[in-house]
Design a protein around this ligand. Structure first.
Ligand SMILES: Cc1ncc(COP(=O)(O)O)c(C=O)c1O
Length: 383
């Protein structure tokens, strides 16, 4: 079983975070985006040392953390200046604060369903209104941004585009050509691109991630990227993320207002992750890729009519189950009720997700195999 996705279920069941608490013991949880790993040793040791020292006060090393994030993020296509990095406590805060501080109240914000389900609520929460420009071919081999649709929305008055790159749930990396054109479109309409890049560290082993901000000077003029070590190293509960401001002269995202809320443990863990745990990350990416190979076999065996596209990044897969009409519009509901497997319901990602489910495959081979065996039984019983 490939390290680091080799943690026994008995250990995972002791966890008190969402993935392992939301459902009763007979349910296999393959839903919320936490991973079934133990901490990378450098992170574990750093946090253990802080606990031993009672070092549990307020976070204060803003510049140090910004430097760590800038050096790490520079691998994604351009030299990130340290002073353009603003630590924030999570990606959601980074997205919402970026929108709220840059846009006039009530602005339209374009987003690309099917997409990470809080995007619409996040946009509304800061007093803006979501405008959907669905991905073209989200259910095929080559999901693409609807650039014409986005341009039309911006021409119609929307002021920003909220990207998910790499895209959750399809796992697609938007191409540099698309992103370059998106930057031009945004510039033409004086719009902002907020690129949620939380999955950036988890590109598959043979894939290179390139930040939206790296595709051109125009992209930096119109854009901000937001990322974190939290998905790659399973640190979401520790509260640490960062905004990279492509154009600090234009976009006022002040550290003084935002960075104080970063979790001290999140910052300690992020530094240990992004400086000392990159070999561990190589192992993690290889383990995820190996799980994709396994999933391909499991789908062929247990759900042969399901369609999917191997994700370029991340640890979620978007499964098209429409060829099993017995599973209905929300196959995850059937899998939960009858198979005791918890997936993320496709319709939660937008109306495009009817007949789909999202699988979190950052688990052991044993769990993945058992989950697909159960799902296959449910599909067969409902055929
Ligand atoms: C695209 C995307 N953005 C943001 C988040 C949540 O990030 P945070 O917990 O840092 O707000 C997730 C979590 O899965 C995600 O997939």
């Amino acid at each position: 079983m490939p390290f680091p996705l080799d943690v026994p279920e008995s250990v995972l069941r002791r966890r008190r975070s969402q993935k392992w608490q939301a459902y009763p013991e007979d349910v296999l949880p393959l839903f919320v985006a936490e991973t079934d790993v133990l901490l990378a040793p450098a992170i574990r040791d750093r946090l253990a040392a802080a606990v031993a020292d009672g070092d549990t006060g307020y976070f204060t090393e803003i510049e140090r953390l910004a430097g760590v994030c800038a050096r790490y993020y520079s691998r994604f296509g351009y030299e990130v200046p340290e002073d353009t990095v603003v630590p924030v406590n999570d990606v959601g805060v980074g997205v919402r604060e970026s929108l709220a501080r840059i846009l006039p109240a009530g602005s339209g914000v374009v987003y690309t369903p099917p997409v990470y389900m809080p995007f619409g609520p996040w946009i509304r929460r800061v007093g803006m209104s979501p405008v959907a420009a669905p991905l073209i071919g989200h259910d095929g081999e080559d999901p693409r941004l609807d650039l014409a649709g986005i341009e039309q929305a911006l021409a119609g008055g929307a002021r920003a585009v909220l990207l998910s790159h790499p895209h959750n749930p399809t796992g697609v990396l938007h191409s540099q050509a698309e992103l370059g054109e998106l930057a031009q479109i945004a510039a033409r309409h004086d719009a902002v691109v907020v690129s949620d890049e939380i999955w950036a560290p988890l590109a598959m082993p043979d894939v290179d991630f390139v930040s939206f901000l790296a595709v051109s000077e125009t992209a930096r003029e119109v854009g901000l990227a937001i990322s974190s070590a939290s998905k790659a190293f399973n640190l979401a509960g520790l509260k640490c993320a960062f905004v990279v401001n492509g154009n600090p002269e234009k976009f006022a995202i002040p550290r003084s207002a935002l960075s104080g809320a970063v979790g001290h443990f999140g910052a300690l863990a992020a530094e240990a992750a992004l400086t000392e745990s990159l070999d561990w990350l190589v192992d993690m990416r290889a383990a995820l890729s190996s799980n994709l190979d396994l999933m391909e076999r499991l789908l062929a065996e247990h759900l042969p009519r399901a369609r999917w596209r191997r994700p370029d990044a991340g640890f979620v897969a978007w499964i098209d189950l429409r060829a099993y009409p017995g599973l209905g519009d929300d196959p995850a509901a059937a899998f939960l009720d009858e198979g005791r497997v918890a997936l993320s319901p496709g319709p939660a990602f937008g109306s495009q997700g009817k007949g789909f489910a999202r699988v979190n495959f950052a688990c052991s081979e044993e769990l993945l195999s058992e989950a697909f065996t159960r799902m296959g039984r449910v599909a067969a019983a409902r055929d």
